[in-house]
Design a protein around this ligand. Sequence first.
Ligand code: PEP
Ligand code: MG
Length: 768
Amino acid sequence: MHTLWLAEIGADDLDRVGGKAASLGELAGAGLPVPSAFVVSAGTYRAFIEDTGIAEALFDAVDVDSDDSTALAGAAERAQELILETEVPPAVREDVLAAYDEMGDGPVAVRSSATAEDLPDASFAGQQDTYLNVERPDLLDRVKECWASLFTQRAIYYRNEQEFAHDAVDIAVVVQEMVDADKSGVLFTSHPSTGEPTTIVEAAWGLGEAVVSGTVSPDNYVIDRESGEVTEVSVAEKRVMCVRGEDGQTVERSVPDEKRDAQVLDEDELGRLLELGERVEAHYGSPQDVEWAIYDGELYLLQSRPITTIDDPVEAAGSAASADGGAMEGQSDDVRLSGIGSSPGTATGAVRVVDKLDNLDKVEDGDVIVTEMTTPDMVPAMKRAAGLVTDQGGMTSHAAIVSRELGVPAVVGTDDATDRLRDGQTVTIDGDMGTVQVGEHEGATDDSGDGATTAPSADARAAPTDSQHAPVKPMTGTEVKVNVSIPEAAERAAATGADGVGLLRMEHMILSTDKTPARYVEDHGERAYVDEIVEGVRGVAEAFYPRPVRVRTLDAPSDEFRQLQGGEDEPAEHNPMLGYRGVRRSLDRPDEFELELRAFARLYELGYDNVELMLPLVTDAEDALRAKSLMQEAGIDPEKRNWGVMVETPASALGIEALCEAGIDFASFGTNDLTQYTLAVDRNNTNVADRFDELHPAVLELMGQVVATCRDHGVATSICGQAASKPEMVKFLVDEGVSSISANIDAVRDVQHEVKRVEQRLLLESVR
Ligand code: PEP
Ligand code: MG
């Protein structure tokens, strides 16, 4: 028999039917309302490739060096062709069609269910295809396409990376009745951060994809499980919904006006969802994260997974408090140096003074790097270090950004640490207070807050453990995203539970090669340059998939490029901040820009449809239109891909209407630059640092106008400058109706709470 009904399957059948089908079978067996389905077993796929004699050719075809992108593309094409062009044996054909006829004759969803569930979730989930609205004549082709999706470039690449044999993975296919949802969403059977007995429901119009992928801000309902009372209702503005398009694929539509601000769920539906949650949790014996849908008044359960994010907030808050308190106590008269606390946490370790020419190998696990200013090639050493101290730099310097992302406590801008500290000396640094003390000081705790006075090891740090990094998030209508500058920080950034990446700065990937783009291409060729970008972005896009990752095209000023090999060819500029950087440089060097665009096109080919393209330092709509036509030339369809601009110049803020008309999907405030250009205050000049104020009324006025105009045009707005971490800025922007806020890794948790607070106040005000 080639097919199995859900009723015949349970959680133990992973090898026979893959992870997705096993979990659906388990839920159906518990009497829960899972839409009817049968499964084309994993054994059927295996028999198909073996009995038709294609297995050997298939596994030979994918035996390639996956870092060779041409070979990888060829392997995927050949493997898929072998499967798609081979006839399904008649016995399989008959069994599948007979099962379909027995289920009824309506449209079905055809979903892949791979057996290799022991690969990390993030790397495997969502890689295989799902087809919606499939009718009988296309059913067998779609099943074959699911089989073939085991051999996309991305899947082959990942199995190679994980050293997972290609022939050790099988694939089953779930054929399930379509639930053309009127409304859908997710439900947490217990509070996802505190574990309290409250059920939380998120709901939006249409299909669940919109909620799960984060394209829509859903309504949020809190139900007290003991009394059954609905204690909180937050109705979001729901601008888009996912529906089935004519060709069966999911498409985004705008929500009709009368439904935008309407509450999705009524009391009766919430009662039924509460009951469903109780049954699922009782069946598994642990809190669950459930996907549900309502179609024609019927409630369906689509998927359930355990909630793994419940932590103990009391303990987390306690450890944070003791770390801070301890540091204050330790801060006595013997503070040797002070600077800007630019990456929170405290650490004790041996000083390693590193100058630019020095061999970084001398930095060992647990050392404190002391340097004039970090350079991109120091990142590997920074990963090993317990802490970082620099002479120069501010909150937005390379050192500050990178150490925050790595979770390494840092004090920057001490002026003379490299003169005053000696190699081997033990120091204790406090990245909150901005102090460096000689010796081992009480209260210097490692990240776990257990009171140890030794420096945290790089390994201990790798797992996000403190309250800021715990993967638990308050639910907010406004999305809270995270900024990433170095691909190495991707996993930590993803673990914050952020709704995506609001800014991935591409220049750090280039700067870390130590060569200017032109020199890199000269030495290694265009393909290697494109691969360098693809590799850097891919790590982040994968860690966040399917959450969106906004990748910014190159934006390094000529003075940063000058430090690299090939830098001697950079133009000499009196004022690099007002000079040759951002999109203006890209438009002036279309050949170099094209290579970046090729990297985007390749990422889309690899299946990273969560990648978005963002243009920096745009002056006006003409910049955007010129970049848009270069995107088209590079094979990127601006209608299909999300792209947008940074609003960093007063000109772009004042000209936002024309930018919206140019077709952007989003505008994101780069307040570091918007502030410097509005106030005429060089962001790197300490003489005028006290005048640098992102909350200046002139800056806020520009921002408020942009949000309002974008809202009128259905264009999303965001902030990704440093000011996103300031509570006053969060309050201002949420009040104005911004779509998302993108903060540094260390600030994500606080911003989530601040956003939640502001949203609740707005709701309260609206009902008072
Ligand atoms: C900004 O200008 O606010 C921004 C986020 O870009 P960068 O700091 O990279 O210039
Ligand atoms: Mg900027």
